[in-house]
Design a protein around this ligand. Structure first.
Ligand code: SF4
Length: 236
C-alpha cells in the first residue's frame, strides 16, 4: 500500500507499475519495463539496468583499435583520431601498438596478396572479444584494383568482418559512423544462450588459418568457414 505522500509523488505511478509487473511475472522472471518507464525513473534518479547491459555498455565504450594501416584509407583513419574529428569522444582513441592489447582491427587500405597473411596473423594475435571494420572499397572488395592479379578481393575472405564502410576513401565521419554502428552491435549482444557472440561460444576456435603466398595465388584463396562465393543465378 502506498501512503498519500507516496501516492502524490511524481514517481509513484511508475514505481507501482514496476511492482505490479514484478508480482505478476513471478519471482523467477525479471519484471518487464518499457523504455518510457525507465526514462521516467531516470528523471527521478533511479537507474535500472541488467548485468548484460552493464557489460555491453562498458565494452562498447572502450573499443581500442590496433595501430595499423595499409594504404590511403589509413590517412583518413589517422585524421579521425585528430582534434577535428576526435575519435576520443567514443572511447576509441587508444590505438594500441600491439595486437595483444587491441580489440578492433580497422583494415584501412588495399590488402595485397603478399600482405594478407600478415593481416590474418595480426587478427589471430588479438584476444577475444575482437571486432573488424573493413574501411574503404579496397578492404571490402579490392576497390579500384579489383581486377589486379596482386590484390585480395575483400579481407572478409579470411576473417569475419563486423562493419563495412564503403568509399574511396571514406571520410573520417564515415569511420566514426561505422564505429557507432559497431557500438550498437556490441550493445545488442547476448552474454549467454545460442545467440551469444562468437567469443562466448564453447566451440569457438578464435584463430583462423593463415594463407600462404604460393606460386600463383594465395593458398587457399579463401577460408570457406567465413566466406563462400555468392551464387550467380542467371535468368533465361
Ligand atoms: S579505397 Fe581508395 S582511398 Fe582507400 S586504400 Fe583503396 S584506393 Fe586508397
Amino acid at each position: 500500500m502506498a501512503t498519500d505522500d507516496e501516492a502524490n509523488h511524481p514517481s509513484s505511478s511508475v514505481l507501482s507499475v514496476v511492482k505490479t509487473t514484478g508480482e505478476n511475472a513471478g519471482m523467477s522472471e525479471a519484471p518487464s519495463i518499457s523504455q518510457a518507464e525507465r526514462d521516467e525513473l531516470r528523471r527521478h534518479g533511479i537507474l535500472l539496468t541488467s548485468m548484460e547491459e552493464l557489460y555491453n555498455w562498458g565494452r562498447s565504450h572502450s573499443v581500442w583499435p590496433l595501430q595499423f594501416g595499409l594504404a590511403c584509407c589509413a590517412i583518413e583513419m589517422i585524421a579521425a583520431s585528430m582534434a577535428r574529428f576526435d575519435i576520443a569522444r567514443f572511447g576509441s582513441e587508444v590505438f594500441r601498438p600491439s595486437p595483444r592489447q587491441a580489440d578492433l582491427l580497422i583494415v584501412s587500405g588495399t590488402v595485397t596478396k603478399k600482405m594478407a597473411p600478415q593481416v590474418v596473423r595480426l587478427w589471430n594475435q588479438m584476444p577475444e572479444p575482437k571486432y573488424c571494420i573493413a574501411m574503404g572499397a579496397c578492404a571490402i572488395s579490392g576497390g579500384p584494383f579489383k581486377q589486379g592479379y596482386n590484390v585480395l578481393k575483400g579481407i572478409d575472405r579470411f576473417i569475419p568482418v563486423d562493419i563495412y564502410i564503403p568509399g574511396c576513401p571514406p571520410r573520417p565521419e564515415a569511420l566514426l559512423n561505422g564505429l557507432i554502428a559497431l557500438q550498437e552491435k556490441i550493445r545488442g549482444q547476448k552474454i549467454s544462450g545460442p545467440d551469444a557472440p562468437r567469443h562466448l561460444q564453447r566451440d569457438d576456435k578464435c584463430e583462423y588459418p593463415i594463407p600462404e603466398f604460393g606460386a600463383r595465388d594465395l593458398e587457399p584463396p579463401s577460408n570457406p568457414e567465413v566466406w563462400q562465393a555468392p551464387t550467380i543465378v542467371r535468368k533465361e
